[in-house]
Design a binder for this molecule. Structure first.
Ligand code: TXA
Ligand code: MG
Length: 320
């Protein structure tokens, strides 16, 4: 089983494992990441192996600072402005990769673009000490809910990795927002921890949405799947269902629910985002065949929450 070390005592051990081409689960402000040296093909292969992830799905490379980012990718003026505004933080930018980036091709699945993010806190410190970028997908088996606590990560991946760094529950609770500038226009590839509205204020323009072409493989429809089926936007609770609630007003027949968690009693979408994955897991463990989910408004972080719920509810394939 993986060793679990608190952030205050984990840095040297994590560095030693990463230097040796091994993988380590680390906290970031969004979700836990399964990190490996992005310049080391063996380390990157171990990430895919531990997750059981299809190899065509490219990974995010995490950097410590803009100088490290500039050695890997080229920044257009709008991407530079977004990085300035939101890094370190829950924003990932897809950028043209430099030919001499040093990034192992397994990270980008052969694409000539690369997804870059600068995480806050322990991750940033670890990358700065290592002096090399870390490839890190969310720390969960492929298709499962992203881990937002060290305990959830250890329960899922603990028999396949050696160290989980425990930074407590991740504050944002959802993966980063992924953006790409294309012909001067800003496209939202994945809604996430920074809302579209916040980004539009900085960009001074509207985001365009919807996957196209090469981005699609990473955005598999069925993802974040709990064992239970999911029924969304419910107005009532059926016999035997668990209820994932939101806000003050309950769905009809809510007393029937075999288990209940409220994402946010006060209807706060930030609080709801931070609780989403842990509460889905808790209801899943309660053993109901179906989790009924009350409607979540689409504004702010509600877009990302609804995106994750839709993926969790989608027909299951074995590729997620
Ligand atoms: O918050 C996060 O982003 C977390 C933490 C650990 O940093 N990471 C994360 O990574 O969610 P992952 O691997 O689960 O999701 C990465 C997403 C995938 O949907 C992938 O398709 C997309 O990033 N992606 C990676 N490289 C890309 C590229 N060159 N072009 C378009 N999409 C890309
Ligand atoms: Mg993931």
């Amino acid at each position: 089983m993986a060793e679990i070390l608190a952030i205050g005592e984990a840095l040297e051990r994590a560095l030693a494992l990463l230097e040796g081409g091994d993988v380590v689960a680390i906290p970031t402000e969004t979700v836990y990441g399964l990190a490996g040296d992005a310049t080391n093909g063996v380390a990157v292969a171990r990430i895919f192996e531990a997750k059981g992830r299809p190899r065509f799905n490219p990974l995010i490379a995490h950097v410590a600072d803009r100088a490290m980012a500039d050695r890997i990718a080229g920044f257009d003026p709008l991407s530079a402005r977004l990085a300035e505004a939101f890094w370190p933080g829950p924003l990932t930018l897809v950028l043209p990769r430099r030919a001499d980036s040093g990034i192992h091709p397994l990270v980008t699945a052969g694409l000539d673009t690369i997804a870059l993010r600068m995480p806050r806190g322990f991750g940033g410190e670890l990358i700065a000490r290592l002096g090399r970028p870390l490839a890190a997908p969310s720390a969960n088996s492929s298709g499962r809910i992203s881990g937002t606590t060290a305990g959830a990560v250890a329960a899922d991946l603990g028999d396949r990795i050696r160290l989980v760094v425990d930074g407590g529950a991740t504050p944002v609770g959802l993966e980063s927002t992924i953006l790409k500038v294309e012909n001067g226009r800003l496209r939202l590839l994945r809604p996430g921890g920074i809302s579209a509205e916040e980004i539009e204020v900085v960009a001074g323009a509207k985001l365009s949405r919807g996957a196209s072409g090469i981005e699609a493989p990473g955005m598999l429809a069925s993802h974040y799947a709990p064992g239970a089926a999911m029924r969304l936007n419910v107005e009532d609770v059926a016999e035997g269902e668990a209820l994932l609630a939101f806000g003050r007003n309950r769905a009809a027949d809510w007393e029937r629910a075999v288990a209940l968690r409220n994402l946010s009693e006060t209807g706060d979408l930030r609080e709801a985002a931070s609780n989403l994955f842990a509460f889905m897991q808790a209801l899943d463990r309660a053993g109901a065949a179906t989790i009924a989910v009350e409607p979540i408004p689409f504004e702010g972080l509600g877009e990302a929450i609804n995106d994750r719920l839709a993926r969790a509810a989608a027909p299951r394939d074995k590729n997620g």
